[in-house]
Design a protein around this ligand. Structure first.
Ligand SMILES: C[S@@+](CC[C@H](N)C(=O)[O-])C[C@H]1O[C@@H](n2cnc3c(N)ncnc32)[C@H](O)[C@@H]1O
Length: 483
């Protein structure tokens, strides 16, 4: 491959990025987080930017599409996917993903590279199985070259582009609506079933599509250091394409960014940070004022703490609390880079703050509870998340979210404002948590709440509720108080 700096890749016609993606799939199957596994493998490799992009797309894409890729193995393999030797199953996924989702990798390249990898890994005996299965799937899909595929091995459409092909075409779909939804969008069946209970079929379809569309890279401009126009100009001068976000005055979207963002113009100077466009809508809901005392109770890595500081012109007292000491270090590093002196970090369990700091009772003007959640609004961003979450995870999270809200509400001033937010679309973690809280605290008022659904043009899925106390900031309220 032209311009490739990896000698192995050059020798073997694009094997290196596919091999790397295969390793990531194996690591994730063994329990690793997809982003950690990919980062580790990329750090060990010497891939050129184009091949890094391919490896990333193949790894994340194949992990997202696991259920659908398994269905193809079930339909054309002699053994069902879950009976295949695991390494072979993941190699087949890398090959299948290219066949089904890339209009630019010719079928022959997807098949041949997979066969080569099988041989190289000592599976020579299984190479004919790989060859036979992938060719059977390619036949079931019809001729790809005739669908306008460019014959450029290793080049996939840019992340912003919708997949040219629908990965399930050629596969018999199950009759049950939820099973069909699960298969077509590679969603866990329990989630597909629940989605159809919460929303209309077309909304569930849109959720499925957006959960498989690689997200855009959004940035928030640090208004205390620069302007959006200056950052756009600096990116333009560096040959990068960025555009201002319509609905976020300080947001912009960066296209074609890959590799280490720390090398981009303005990073070291603290001119911007990475933050999804919907996430940029959360801190302003608190309407924080300079000089106020603010608590960000689940703060790491600090996207919203630093946003609060920007909105307050870095004047006031912002306590950034997080249970994870290591994650809290990221808050401190981000605050330093962006130049926000009003932020103080505290590693603590936010449900215990009242015991740890009794003097904090009723003392905050603003409290943000950006609660730990299932992240169902960010499935596209976290390729493996959908396979980790189970229905009972949701119930456990909802219990923690309820406890956080109950306990943290006691720290708010009677004339203060609290925002409860998550990046999930599950009603049990959102409206039901808030409804439970309001039932316990009848004097509190729901000023507004909103569910943002994830969409490629609209960012991550989020929920936020703006709450004000009236006169009641007592702990526990009626009925189910904190544990
Ligand atoms: C959704 S993330 C917060 C994102 C952050 N607000 C931002 O905008 O960058 C949730 C955070 O809650 C933290 N967390 C989980 N349980 C907690 C608890 N009991 N007390 C404090 N923090 C907790 C996690 O470590 C995680 O960093």
């Amino acid at each position: 491959m032209k311009g490739n700096q990896d000698p192995n890749a050059a020798e073997t016609g694009g094997l290196a990025p596919r091999r790397l993606a295969w390793r990531v799939l194996e690591a994730v199957a063994a329990g690793a987080y997809a982003d950690n596994a990919l980062e580790r493998e990329l750090a060990k490799s010497n891939l050129a930017p184009l091949d890094r992009g391919l490896a990333t797309e193949l790894a994340y894409g194949a992990i997202r599409q696991r259920l659908l890729l398994d269905a193809w193995i079930d339909a054309h393999g002699r053994l069902k996917a879950n009976r295949q030797p695991p390494r072979l199953r993941w190699l087949l996924h890398v090959g299948l993903y290219q066949l089904l989702f890339s209009s630019r990798v010719p079928a022959s390249a997807a098949v041949n590279t997979s066969v080569e990898l099988a041989k190289e890994a000592g599976f020579a005996r299984l190479a004919p199985v790989v060859n036979g299965l992938l060719r059977a799937v390619a036949r079931a899909r019809g001729p790809q070259e005739s669908q306008g595929a460019a014959a450029v091995p290793g080049i996939l459409p840019h992340a912003d582009a919708a997949p040219a092909l629908t990965g399930w075409q050629g596969l018999a779909l199950p009759e049950a609506e939820a099973d069909s939804l699960a298969l077509r969008h590679s969603l866990p069946p329990w989630l597909a079933t629940q989605l159809l209970q919460w929303c209309r079929p077309e909304e569930a379809e849109a959720f499925g599509r957006s959960s498989n569309t690689p997200p855009a890279l959004d940035l928030r401009i640090n208004r205390r250091r620069t302007s959006r126009a200056e950052v756009l100009a600096a990116f333009g001068a560096a040959g990068l394409t960025a555009r201002a976000l319509d609905d976020q005055a300080w947001g912009l979207c960066l296209s074609e960014a890959s590799g280490d963002l720390r090398g981009l113009p303005g990073f070291a100077e603290g001119h911007w940070c990475v933050q999804d466009r919907t996430a940029q809508a959360i801190a302003p809901l608190l309407a924080p004022q300079p000089g106020q005392r603010v608590l960000d109770a689940c703060a790491a890595p600090g996207g919203k703490s630093t946003h609060l500081a920007e909105l307050m012109d870095d004047r006031g007292e912002i306590w950034a609390v997080d249970r994870s000491e290591s994650r809290l270090k990221k808050v401190v590093a981000n605050a330093e880079r962006l130049g926000m002196a009003s932020i103080q970090g505290l590693a603590a369990d936010a449900t215990e703050l009242l015991e740890l700091r009794p003097q904090w009772r009723g003392s905050f003007d603003r409290i943000l509870v950006d609660a730990p959640c299932s992240g169902l609004g960010t499935l596209a961003r976290h390729a493996d998340a959908r396979w980790r979450i189970q229905p009972d995870t949701i119930a456990q999270l909802a219990e923690l979210q309820q406890r956080l809200l109950e306990r943290l509400a006691t720290l708010l001033r009677p004339d203060g404002r609290l925002v409860y937010a998550t990046c999930t679309v599950h009603p049990q973690e959102n409206r039901e948590v808030v409804a439970g809280f309001l039932a316990n605290h009848p004097s509190w008022r729901l000023v507004q709440d909103q569910q943002w659904w994830p969409a490629p043009q609209a960012g991550d899925g989020f929920y936020a509720a703006v709450l004000e106390p009236g006169t009641d900031t007592t702990a526990g309220g009626k009925g189910s108080g904190p544990a």
